[in-house]
Design a binder for this molecule. Structure first.
Ligand code: HEM
Length: 431
């Protein structure tokens, strides 16, 4: 390690070449960089600027426990602005971020989540009942349908029949845009601010916004908020420290944040769980036997071996020493989830899917990072794991699945997420 002020070493290829490698083959790209330059290295990505990847748990700890005034996450998530809006908890930093985060935390409290369990189970069970048997079928869109339904119902409640229909349909259309890597490449080259105003984008997003604002107005007019469990009703009652309620724009931006951050990620993770479980001898039988600890370990191991997001990012607002390097202001530090999860010193035989490892040793705060960390840790982490367990339990008990093809599925990038290359293809038969 060095303590000079130079940036850590990294590939010398032109920025465009590094960007292309990162967009098209992110895992081999990161692995090559670590093999060649060590735990900390510098890469250059289109107009995102200079990124310093860190993959040693000590350096990750420095980032996650560092001063949030120096380590800005919102500014680094700007690429999501066109979808989420300026008030989104994901895009804010400093006092603004903490204020929104405090308002959003209560609905995700453990106890409240248990109440969503029954609804989650019903949604998963209803979906399984529609599956054809004896023919190949990709799990990803099926899981996407389940997680979208779960998050929409959790946010808006049961009361919104027809409006929810429209919302679902419009979200699906706008999601096609978000999962297209060409959009993300356009973002990286022309920037999120111009995308947000572009016609092609507004045509898809304006109808979504219109239904969300409609739902906010209707719920506010309805009253009886105390009697309801849904997140919208809770947020309508939430108050800032000065006693003021959330504005419509704040509500819209946070609801969109929860919708978008909350469903594709979980669907992808569920698809990976199925893809891995079906290629692991005895795993499904063990789930069917009702072993809850094993189920929990399966979820943790899936998120370790196939993290949905390969990195999290923080943009330095002032110089900071991390991993033995004095990094200048303006650099983006990226704790690398993928590389930390592949450390042989933490996870022996790291490339193997072996849930038992989490029965032998609990997940570490700075070595198991699928949900990031510190004051930016994923707000939905407990919700997502609870949801994954609920859905996997239903699958184990209500249907028999086998892989459509024996070969493992490759990792494919969809916008910013890493998904199973064939969409987690299975063949179902009756349980
Ligand atoms: C398997 C599913 C999920 C994964 C892998 C995931 C992953 C992440 C990651 C990596 C971050 C960034 C953390 C950081 O910068 O340190 C994040 C942030 C966030 N996630 Fe998730 N997430 C998942 C599900 C959810 C769900 C279900 C919700 C809500 C319903 C949600 C809401 C959020 C929010 C609001 C933030 C921003 C937190 C902040 O900036 O303070 N996520 N998530």
């Amino acid at each position: 390690m060095s303590t000079d002020t130079a940036l850590p070493p990294g590939p010398r290829a032109p920025r465009a070449v590094q960007t292309l490698a990162w967009m098209t083959r992110p895992m081999p790209f990161m692995e090559r960089c670590r093999a060649r330059y060590g735990d900390t290295f510098t890469v250059r990505i289109a107009q995102e600027g200079t990124w310093v990847f860190v993959s040693h748990p000590d350096a990750v700890k420095q980032v996650f426990t560092g001063d949030p005034a120096v380590l800005h996450a919102g500014i680094a998530n700007r690429i999501l602005r066109p979808w989420l809006g300026d008030e989104s908890v994901l895009l804010l930093d400093g006092a603004g971020h903490m204020a929104q985060r405090k308002l959003l935390l209560p609905p995700f409290h453990g106890e409240r989540m248990q109440r969503y369990g029954e609804q989650m189970e019903q949604i998963a069970s209803a979906e399984v009942a529609t599956w054809p048997t004896g023919e190949p079928m990709a799990m990803w869109p099926r899981m996407q349908a389940v997680t979208l339904e779960i998050i929409v119902r959790t946010i808006f409640g049961e009361a919104e029949g027809e409006r929810l229909q429209r919302l679902r349909a419009r979200l699906r259309e706008s999601a096609e845009l978000t999962t297209d890597w060409r959009t993300m490449l356009a973002m990286a080259t022309i920037g999120p601010d111009r995308i947000a105003k572009a016609n092609i984008f507004r045509r898809r997003m304006d109808p979504v916004d219109a239904v969300v604002y409609e739902a906010i107005a209707a719920r506010r007019a309805d009253g009886d908020l105390e009697g309801r469990d849904d997140i919208l009703s809770m947020l309508l009652q939430a108050r800032h420290e000065d006693g003021s309620p959330m504005t419509d724009v704040e509500l819209r931006d946070e609801l969109m944040t929860l919708l978008i951050a909350g469903h594709e990620t979980t669907a992808t993770s569920l698809s990976w769980a199925i893809e891995r479980l079906l290629r692991t001898d005895g795993a499904m039988d063990r789930l069917r036997s009702g072993d809850e600890d094993y189920l929990d370990a399966v979820v943790k191991e899936t998120l370790r071996l196939r993290p949905v997001l390969p990195i999290v990012v923080r943009k330095l607002q002032a110089p900071m020493e991390i991993g033995g390097w004095s990094l200048p202001a303006g650099v983006t530090v990226a704790p690398c989830i993928h590389l930390v999860h592949r450390r042989e010193d933490v996870y022996p035989q790291a490339a193997r899917f072996r849930p038992e490892r989490f029965l032998e040793k609990p997940a570490g705060t700075y070595t198991w990072l699928p949900f990031g960390g510190g004051v930016r840790r994923c707000l939905g982490a407990a919700f997502a794991q609870f949801e994954m367990k609920t859905v996997l339990r239903v699958l184990a008990n209500e249907v028999r699945l086998s892989p459509a093809r024996p070969e493992s599925e490759p990792v494919r990038r969809r916008a910013i997420t890493l998904t199973p290359g064939r969409g987690a293809e299975v063949v179902a038969s009756a349980a």
